[in-house]
Design a protein around this ligand. Structure first.
Ligand code: FPP
Ligand code: MG
Length: 338
């Protein structure tokens, strides 16, 4: 499959441009697999066509194939499996989180109500398995099942810890590993295995996927906290409104005591959107140097991801390094915009 190398491939839009042909094919596969007589499906397809998001999972897939100098056609189908898992999970997630806006467009639950949004998620859920089965690789169907189970468990654990002030960082990490990092881990592992047919060595790709995924979710949680109640391309400040104690909140709790901690807990227990826009929270964040605490967590994981990349042999990991730089830059941008 021809790749048009563009000069600006060091940025995410550059990588998206480089793989435009493959992205178009993957999106066409997803669209075709989702087609249905139900008119609501057309609205979902049109919404996705208007605003696709970053499409990191398919991009990981193309990058890994290209890092092995493998240009097989099956990569676009594999990417469609991963992107469909992402789409189905977000349809259900927006119902659970009661969100009205995603990628600057109304969510399906906002347009049609929760029932239809869940059913649309189910429809995409079925298409994941149809796409995976069509590859003829039984191991892929098994790996997809294991990963989706992790996603569901992540969401269930997140519900279990709602409004629980005794939640600790390792609880948080076990949630975000399952709900977000596991899918990126699958993208890396399954793509390497598909490109090389080497089950054992493909295991080495999991480390990068999981560290990247943990950073990715931390950055999303940081944006929710820093941009709380501000206009953005999706609802912000909703984590704490739903009682979800993300890392910024856990670090504030860990570094406060007495009356300050009591006041913080009362904000948390209100069940309203909140974050840095609250003057008390902003003042506390400043006192405990929350930016530095968060940055250290992100940089620790960046090191883990880089160590995983060093272990990959006979593979050009330069593009995966670019994805890593991109996500760490996103963290810095959010922090600098405060
Ligand atoms: C987004 O988190 C949610 C996820 C990464 C996973 C959601 C998983 C499920 C609902 C389980 C069901 C899965 C399938 C495949 C049907 P977030 O709310 O922190 O991110 P956001 O800010 O983008 O909403
Ligand atoms: Mg959500």
């Amino acid at each position: 499959m021809p790749n048009t190398q563009v000069e600006n491939s060091v940025t995410l839009p550059g990588i998206q441009q480089k793989y435009k042909l493959q992205l178009d094919k993957t999106n066409a596969i997803i669209r075709q697999q989702m087609s249905s007589i139900a008119p609501q499906t057309q609205t979902l397809v049109e919404t996705l066509d208007k605003s696709r998001g970053k499409q990191l999972r398919p991009l990981f897939c193309y990058s890994i194939f290209s890092g092995f100098q493998n240009e097989s056609q099956e990569v676009v189908q594999l990417a469609a499996v991963f992107e469909s898992i992402h789409i189905a999970s977000l349809l259900h997630d927006d119902v659970i989180d009661k969100c009205q806006l995603r990628r600057n467009l109304p969510t399906m639950n906002d347009v049609y109500g929760d029932g239809v949004a869940i059913l649309l998620g189910d429809l995409v859920f079925v298409s994941i398995y149809q796409l995976a089965a069509a590859t003829g690789q039984m191991w892929l169907v098994e790996e997809v099942s294991k990963t989706i189970k992790l996603l569901v468990e992540g969401e269930l654990l997140q519900q279990q810890y709602r409004f629980n002030k005794d939640t600790c960082e390792s609880d948080y990490k076990s949630v975000i590993y399952r709900k977000t990092a596991a899918l990126l881990e699958l993208c890396c592992y399954a793509t390497a295995r598909s490109a090389t047919n080497d089950e054992v060595n493909s295991e080495n790709f999991k480390g990068f996927g999981s560290s990247f995924g943990l950073i990715f979710q931390m950055v999303d949680d940081w944006a929710d906290f820093c941009r709380a109640c501000k206009e953005d391309n999706k609802d912000r400040g909703v984590d704490i409104a739903n009682g979800i104690l993300t890392l910024p909140w856990l670090l504030l709790l860990e570094n406060s005591s007495g009356e300050t901690k009591e006041k913080l807990l009362s904000i948390i227990n209100e069940g309203e959107p909140s974050g840095l826009t609250d003057p008390f929270v902003a003042d506390l964040a400043h006192k405990v140097e929350l930016n530095t605490l968060m940055k250290n967590k992100v940089l620790e994981l960046k090191k883990d991801a880089e160590r995983s990349l060093e272990k990959l042999s006979n593979f050009d990991s330069s593009e995966l390094q670019l994805f890593l730089n991109y996500i760490v830059d996103e963290f810095t941008k959010i922090t600098d915009a405060q």
